[in-house]
Design a protein. Structure first.
Ligand code: UD1
Length: 420
């Protein structure tokens, strides 16, 4: 088992280059199912989740050529066929269910296993299925397998989402692009990753309007063509390094970012008294000031992202006064609180709220990355704690942070991977 060993590393300094967004790349890879021929996707973050999605596509006959050095993928769908993909791959990433929409659109039917729950909550797929049903598909769920059958072609309709789910919005968009007539989805998610997916689909010839707003209109077309697309910057990787720079009292230049996508994060950091300077596609962060306490409520975009909540909890834990986090997106996303507690943080959980009393110092301990962003929070804490911290289950972290060890070493962080 691999672990990270971390030592206190204050005043880290330097440049951090941000990768393409994992959460934009996953649905875009799934959407390539809809193309006829070759698609090129640039700025691909070659993370384990992306590799699993590529393997899923290869199982249905899609040819994938990866250029790791230049960070692009070439996709050829000419030999695509319909098949139930293997559960061994499906269960590894929740985003595997994003195959359902495009396969349903392309083949008129799809059979796929439930992606299962995960550490941060139950994560049902009822909203995805409600959307497919509204488009005219019949759904049969038995023994963990979902059979979705459109009989003929899906038919455009009006769909209201009970909650602006990111995945459901993406899946329903991908199902509707080849439907007969027009589909209007209201109360949909407005995340930048959805806007990126829409841009990719429109480049292939889809007719989608309203990306980034709560109402998306999709005029069905008969087929989609090839295209070339560059993935947007990963706002969560960027946000993580912003918090890390602040927490370690360092000075970092975060490069290749979209500042617009990070407004909720940068304004909260400013509220904490962190210096932030934004210019073009770069953000400078400095954590030299005395921190103030702050309250956070996670919300769908453009609200504060749930994927940044654990990292902020680490920052608040070493801050001043009492801060409160209200987690409204996932019902079980405070597993990092008890791990931070092992390091001496003072955090109480009451239902969907975490009450964090800043302490003067935290100390290194043996802790476990319970999920991806929880792991990122522990890295931040480990770099601020006295002594040595040991983080286990780091495969979670590597699902979402490309080359994190090298990137951290380059800016002066004391981190080392060990095998046991
Ligand atoms: C995506 C992101 C994830 C992020 C999350 C919220 C990807 C690959 N993952 O996940 O990193 O934390 O958005 O910003 O892009 N829900 C239902 N029924 C459904 C679908 C969702 O009840 O059919 C609930 C979920 O249980 C959760 C909430 O809606 O409580 C938000 O989930 P959703 O927006 O769908 O997140 P994901 O797309 O899974």
């Amino acid at each position: 088992m691999e672990k990270y060993l971390l030592e206190k590393s204050l005043n880290i300094k330097g440049d951090v280059f941000i990768e393409g967004a994992k959460n934009a790349c996953l649905p875009i890879l799934a959407a390539s199912i809809l193309s006829n021929g070759n698609t090129i996707i640039k700025k691909v973050p070659f993370l384990s989740d992306i590799n699993v999605m590529c393997s899923l596509l290869e199982e249905i006959g899609i040819s994938i050529i990866k250029d790791l050095k230049n960070k692009y993928i070439q996709i050829d769908t000419k030999n695509i066929f319909n098949k139930k993909v293997s559960y061994d791959l499906v269960k590894q990433i929740r985003a595997s269910f994003l195959l359902a929409g495009p396969m349903l659109a392309r083949f008129g039917k799809v059979s796929i296993q439930m992606p299962g729950g995960c550490a941060i909550g139950v994560r049902p797929i009822d909203l995805h299925l409600k959307g497919f049903k509204a488009l005219g598909a019949e759904i049969l769920q038995e023994h963990g397998v979902i059979e979705i059958n459109a009989k003929n072609r899906l038919i455009g309709t009006e769909i209201y989402l009970d909650f602006p789910s990111v995945g459901a919005t993406e899946n329903i968009i991908m199902a509707s692009v080849l439907a007969k007539g027009t589909t209007v989805i209201s109360n949909c998610a407005t995340e930048p990753e959805i806007v990126d997916l829409i841009e990719f689909l429109n480049k292939m010839g889809a007719k989608i309007e309203g990306g980034g707003t709560e109402t998306i209109k999709i005029k069905g077309v008969d087929s989609l063509n090839n295209c070339e697309h560059t993935i947007i910057p990963d706002r969560i990787e960027a946000g993580t390094f912003l918090v890390l720079g602040a927490a370690t009292k360092g000075e970092l230049n975060i490069l290749d970012v979209n500042c617009e996508h990070l407004k909720a994060v940068t304004s909260k950091l400013r509220e904490i008294n962190v210096d932030i300077e934004e210019k073009d596609n770069k953000i400078f962060v400095s954590g030299k000031n005395i921190f103030k306490n702050v309250d956070i409520k996670t919300m769908p975009y453009p609200g504060f992202p749930t994927d940044m909540q654990p990292q902020f909890m680490s920052l608040m834990a070493i801050g001043n006064g009492t801060s409160i986090i209200n987690e409204t997106i996932f019902e079980n996303r405070f597993m990092h609180a008890s791990e931070l507690g092992l390091m001496g943080a003072n955090i109480k959980i009451e239902g969907s709220s975490a009450i964090i009393n800043g302490v003067e110092k935290i100390t290194g301990a043996k802790v476990k990355a319970t999920d991806l962003r929880a792991g990122a929070a522990l890295i931040i804490a480990g770099l601020c704690a006295e002594g040595i911290s040991e983080i286990s289950d780091i495969y979670h972290i590597e699902r979402g942070y490309y080359n994190i060890e090298e990137k951290l070493k380059k800016i002066g962080a004391k981190i080392r991977k060990i095998k046991e």
